[in-house]
Ligand binder design. Structure first.
Ligand code: 4GX
Length: 253
């Protein structure tokens, strides 16, 4: 996948490209990545990229000409890439959207600053708008990094161990079960005994129950959006029965 980022702060991406999974993906040729400075596309002597809003009010707006020139240059380098503006008005980012974007040949991610970009840009130069969530940031750079991270890890061959279902903790729609490593006792807290038995069926069953319980407690919205497998339905029915019995006992005393 070809990734181009348009930003006023391209230096922010240098460290991002050069560590961890993304660095390996670039080294092995699965990903190419570059950040282009929008300022370099401003035609005037002082390379101005922002201006005061028509109609008045506080804050600045990104001028359309430098951005349009930057997007056209990026499209010249990556003709098949989708242009995506990072914006609070965009489609809310999710694992499903990450999967959709991971199937593209390229992405041109546009990072706005200030109050945003001149609205006349959006017409044909911006194909998509993505928000990483309902909170206010100071620029699109952090959102672009979040999108790049979530998307590139889904590209086949980028993460070790090829098992794409496995590398995707949201793919089954549940939160992950808890994880433990050595030592067996940490500050008095033990690792759940079943994980030390080597009994794989029991371990899988314990992990599924722990996933369901976590999801039930922390993110019930995820459970409502999703069908239950027969095994999951059976686990929930058993909890229901067990809790029912506990309640009966409590009421009788
Ligand atoms: N998810 N921001 C972008 C400037 C801006 C505003 C409108 C384009 C259009 C954000 C988010 C986010 C703050 C980044 C405003 N650029 N972006 N910036 N949440 O809050 O993506």
């Amino acid at each position: 996948m070809q990734i181009l980022v348009l930003t006023l702060f391209p230096e922010m991406f240098a460290a991002f490209w050069s560590h961890g999974m993304l660095r390996k993906a670039i080294e092995q040729g699965s990903v190419t990545a570059a950040a282009l400075n929008i300022r370099g596309f401003a035609a005037d002597r002082h390379q101005v990229t922002d201006d005061r809003p028509y109609g008045g009010g506080s804050g600045m707006v990104m001028k359309p000409e430098p951005l349009a020139a930057a997007i056209r240059a990026a499209k010249g380098r990556a003709p098949d890439a989708r242009t995506v503006l990072m914006s609070p008005q965009g489609r809310v980012f999710s694992q499903a959207l990450a999967r959709e974007l991971s199937e593209l040949p390229g992405m041109i991610l546009i990072c706005g600053r200030y109050e945003g970009v001149d609205d006349r840009l959006s017409r044909d130069l911006i194909a998509d708008e993505v928000s990483i969530g309902d909170y206010v940031l100071t620029g699109g750079e952090v959102p672009a990094m979040a999108v790049i991270d979530a998307v590139t890890r889904l590209i086949p061959g980028v993460l070790g161990g090829e098992d794409s279902a496995e590398r995707d903790s949201f793919s089954n729609g549940l939160l992950e079960h808890p994880h433990y490593t050595r030592p067996p006792v940490f500050e008095g807290a033990e690792v759940p005994g079943v994980l030390l038995t080597g009994h794989h069926r029991n371990i899988e069953r314990w992990r599924l129950e722990a996933s369901l319980l976590r999801t039930c407690i922390n993110r019930p919205d995820l459970l409502r959006e999703r069908e239950l497998s027969p095994e999951e339905a059976e686990i929930l029915r058993r909890w229901h029965a067990d809790l029912g019995k506990l309640l009966e006992k409590a009421e009788s005393c």
